[in-house]
Design a protein around this ligand. Sequence first.
Ligand SMILES: Nc1ncnc2c1ncn2[C@@H]1O[C@H](COP(=O)(O)OP(=O)(O)OP(=O)(O)O)[C@@H](O)[C@H]1O
Length: 530
Amino acid sequence: MDGIALRGITLEIKGVNRVGITHEVIACIAANQLDIIGMEVRPHYIYVKIPPVPASQITTIVERISQVSGVEQATVIPYLPAEERENRIRTILTTVSEGILLLDDQLRVTTINRAAQAMLKMEPGQLLYHSIEKLWGEAVSEIRRCMLEAIDLPSVPVSLLVAQKIPMTFVCSYHPIVSPEKSEQQGVVIVLRDHKQMQELLSTVQKGEIFTFDEIIQQSAIMRQCIETAKRIAKSDAIVFLQGESGTGKELFAKAIHFESNRAAGPFVPINCAAIPDTLLESELFGYEQGAFTGALKGGKLGLFEIAQGGTLFLDEIGDLPLHLQVKLLRVLEERRVRRVGGSKTIPIDLRIIAATNRNLADMTSKGQFREDLYYRLHVIPILIPPLRERKSDIPMLAQFFMQKVCRTTNQPTMLLSRSAIHALQAHNWPGNVRELQNVLERAVYLCPGNEILAEHLYLDIQQDVSVHEEHSSSQSSTLLREQMDSYEKGLVANALKKHASIRQAAAYLGVSHTAVLQKMKKYGLHLRN
Ligand SMILES: Nc1ncnc2c1ncn2[C@@H]1O[C@H](COP(=O)(O)OP(=O)(O)OP(=O)(O)O)[C@@H](O)[C@H]1O
């Protein structure tokens, strides 16, 4: 006997819709002293499941049912339609990669799929018919809201204590189960996604963005030394503190350290502390709970600490972190836990921190502009990236690299860099460092009429320190209007930066946002002098 016969025999009876026909079909089965173990009735169809019986007895029953008035046909089929539907749903539930939990109207777990068991590291028996509150804790309020208000709640971050009380973050969506007439709430479907897995998937998709130390162009002994140090400490989890003027390549170092580390499969999450307004910085870094403040997103928001779980959080321009957030950051580094804005519980973090600054933090510390305790907490492995003017032997290689890069991206034939151009580049002071060199070469490729870049195509004079800008503006009449306007703007921004201690103050003085100042600094290769 096959498995289906062992489970029972299903009969499909087709006929007219007549009052009493179902009763008469049942009577035929009862006359054979058989139980009915499952039944379904639909217009024109009756399905009956009976225990396994010998084939001869089935023939007798089918014949008897066929004689009932109104029955057109009686046949044996493998399953009840409901069993077939259930089988399909079970197959879907076991094959999807998302965790699925079905709850009844009392928020008790009625179904849990294989993926959810694996994510929660639980056996079905530990959850089935128990209230979800046991596992979800306070976060159950969102599930209740989904059911009572009959609304979908997508992307709700939840931190759950799974096996051995290990906290894990999940991204959940809640969907109400309502009756077909939409008159009553019958429960909730929870779709569960492992936050870490989602990030790993993302980083696999973004694999093209992997960055290695080999991509940092250098020839000088001092840069080789910086790279050796960075490679040596990459595998540890220690905080790296990158110091160097704007445009020296700090972000490149941070990325290369991340991709050389054991966290390379995790995300690399950069944040520029100077580019985000104070009011938003806290919630960007730490996230917030739903209802933490007016305008907060439904379901709350993950902070960058949580987004960087398993990977590296790169805190760029750390010197621009406001004092009240410095206190909060120090606590996170000490406790290795974050608390979302408006939240009561803390979430453990497992990531590496790399911080960078182009400012003199030691000096800022003595002036009370940066917390001394945080400074020492960050200063575990300092790497000082020297300005370009102190490693002029890097210039020819970098210049060639940028020139070829522009030619490639603009589909131009390769150009030559003349000896006179290299001399001029090496004689320049490079206040904007490698970023400025990149801009100079890009412009030279565009402005050079032939295929050899000469010193005159570099226009280094307009990149030079703009404190002399005012006296020289009339003598620049030969340069293009855009260049003159750029040069004027650069002068204004440079002067504002000289007069003020922070980018924020310079921005206030110029009457623009500090993000705008930051963009101008990048564009013109300017930096803040402390
Ligand atoms: N050694 C290098 N090799 C190749 N490109 C470099 C190198 N150094 C810097 N660059 C390029 O110069 C630009 C500035 O680098 P990066 O953003 O890493 O500097 P930074 O020190 O982080 O600057 P900021 O302090 O302004 O954020 C980038 O486009 C980067 O690709």
